[in-house]
Design a protein around this ligand. Structure first.
Ligand SMILES: [Zn+2]
Length: 132
């Protein structure tokens, strides 16, 4: 089994969970604040729908919540190491900056993790087509 066949590969590269070939999101739009939430309707390689049912990604909010908690803890630790006393103002400013800066990443990784819970890897696109 190669790195390409792992679920982690699909999650980190936001690739289609079924074939790991197609992209879930249009290329080059991660840090375009108007387009970071655009997602392809289905995989352009194997045809796997990326929103299998309405409201599918409500559950991804729990994953996103986990990331936000991790960001909060990381900011708190970083501030504690950098300054002698962490004030509420410093904490709020650092948190707002971190959360906004990481929002597109958080959004996409949460969706990628969520769909990987439900859709199993079925091999590369070419192999899937050969089986049909
Ligand atoms: Zn696919």
């Amino acid at each position: 089994m190669s790195w390409r066949d792992t679920t982690l590969y699909s999650i980190l590269n936001t690739k289609c969970p079924r074939c790991h070939d197609g992209d879930m999101f249009p290329k080059g739009t991660l840090y375009n604040f108007r387009k970071f939430s655009d997602m392809h309707e289905k995989c352009d390689c194997c045809g796997q729908p990326f929103e299998p049912e309405t409201g599918f990604y409500y559950g991804a909010m729990f994953v996103s919540y986990g990331f936000s908690t991790a960001i909060f803890i990381a900011v708190w630790i970083a501030l504690s190491l950098l300054t002698e006393e962490v004030t509420m103002f410093m904490m709020i400013v650092a948190l707002v900056i971190s959360v906004v800066a990481l929002l597109p990443l958080n959004f996409r990784l949460s969706r990628s993790i969520w769909i990987n819970f439900f859709v199993r890897y079925a091999g590369p696109c070419k192999q899937q087509k050969a089986q049909l």
